[in-house]
Design a protein around this ligand. Structure first.
Ligand SMILES: Cc1cc2nc3c(=O)[nH]c(=O)nc-3n(C[C@H](O)[C@H](O)[C@H](O)COP(=O)(O)OP(=O)(O)OC[C@H]3O[C@@H](n4cnc5c(N)ncnc54)[C@H](O)[C@@H]3O)c2cc1C
Length: 358
């Protein structure tokens, strides 16, 4: 029996992992929310911006994943424009630069990257760059991913909410459970799923406004006055910058709409947007919960001892965790998919590192 993989979670992380695995494995995706569930606020993926901003002050491993995603999306924007991925100019401001005082990692990586002179920086900004980045329309990209997975013929979708991670054993033949690998791509669900229950998962509420607007450059400010304007390349732009830790209320807060517009008007060229919210050409208000984690994303292997049935028989469940993406799940997704595929291969066939240790 060939090894099988069950992915828990059908957000951008779970689907990207499935895409990276679907050429070599039979994959089952088990999830409460699936592509097209555009009424549910229980998952994050439909509600993203979604732009790819390079984040600074991250670990080397995190930066490797960001780079690998950027490379993948850069090519995809040319080979598969129907995925919605577009190349676009980005003007990015940081209130504080890298903590080590050095130059940011992306300076030698992002295409057409140029540091902005101090005279061009708005008040309160110590570092500014412009470069080419990538944006996508989340709901179109999720549909595109699902289409690729259907076309592969190797991926099955199951709708179900699991209470405990051991329930995935139902999706592996009884004589083959030791050969099963489970990928935990549950986003905020990693805080609640039995057998995982990661108390370091942090939910952070976001609120944005999708407006019709001719803006064609991404503007982002990172820091206390977090704010952004992300054009999607279809005549609409996402205005945002709200991140409220440990708040899971998904109703629209009207007061925050004024705050978003105030911040955005300090960020984009004067005259781009009106000063009153009522004068915006609003498509919709969006809220969603970013699935973050203290210490950043978790992409690693773990073997979980699981008792099976009443006999007391214990199996060692092979798990690869892929959650904690916070406000960067799209930006990380392709790189996370490739990294998880390496970990799954290592689990099943042994990595070079494992062999040296034997
Ligand atoms: C307002 C806002 C703006 C954002 N902007 C950006 C941006 O510009 N760029 C960017 O890169 N990112 C952005 N993000 C972040 C991005 O949306 C998330 O990081 C990303 O969607 C996380 O994807 P995920 O697949 O890890 O989690 P999710 O999308 O939350 O998916 C989790 C999956 O696990 C399933 N699940 C959970 N628990 C269980 C269970 N017990 N049993 C079965 N299934 C379960 C869910 O049903 C779902 O299918 C933004 C987010 C918000 C809210």
């Amino acid at each position: 029996m060939p090894p099988s993989v069950v992915i828990i979670g059908s957000g951008v992380t779970g689907l990207s992992v499935a895409l990276a695995l679907s050429k070599a494995y039979k994959v089952t995706i088990v999830a409460r929310d699936h592509v097209g569930d555009n009424h549910s606020r229980k998952w994050a993926s439909p509600w993203a911006g979604a732009g790819c901003l390079p984040w600074i002050n991250m670990s080397d491993d995190d930066v490797d994943i960001q780079k690998s995603s950027f490379r993948y999306f850069w090519k995809l924007s040319q080979s598969d424009p129907e995925s919605s991925i577009r190349r676009i100019k980005n003007v990015a401001f940081w209130e504080k630069g890298p903590v080590d005082g050095g130059k940011p990692w992306f300076e030698d990586f992002m295409v057409n990257c140029r540091q902005l002179p101090a005279s061009d920086l708005p008040d309160g900004i110590t570092m500014g760059y412009e470069f080419e980045t990538l944006v996508m329309n989340p709901q179109v990209y999720l549909e595109w991913l699902r289409g690729q997975l259907h076309a592969s013929g190797n991926v099955k979708f199951v709708r179900r909410e699991l209470r405990h991670i051991s329930e995935v054993l139902e999706y592996a033949p009884k004589d083959c459970q030791e050969n099963l690998v489970v990928v935990n791509a549950t986003g905020c669900g990693a805080k609640y799923l039995g057998g995982v229950e990661d108390a370091t998962v942090q939910e952070a509420r976001g609120q944005t406004m999708l407006v019709r607007s001719p803006l064609t450059t991404v503007y982002v400010r990172t820091g206390e006055e977090y704010s952004y304007a992300i054009p999607r390349g279809d005549g609409t732009v996402v205005l945002g910058g709200i991140s409220q830790l440990n708040n899971t209320d998904t109703t629209v807060d009207p007061a925050l709409k004024h705050e978003i517009l105030r911040r955005v008007n300090r960020l984009v060229p004067p005259g781009t947007y009106p000063t009153e919210v009522e004068d915006l050409d609003l498509v919709e208000d969006i809220t969603g919960i970013r699935p973050g984690r203290k210490g950043g994303l978790r992409v690693e292997k773990e073997v979980l001892p699981i008792k099976v049935g009443d006999s007391g028989h214990e199996i060692r469940l092979k798990v690869v965790h892929a959650y904690g993406m916070g406000g960067g799940g799209y930006k990380y997704s392709a790189g996370v998919g490739l990294r998880v595929a390496e970990l799954v291969n290592g689990f099943l066939y042994g990595s070079g590192e494992d062999k040296m240790a034997e």
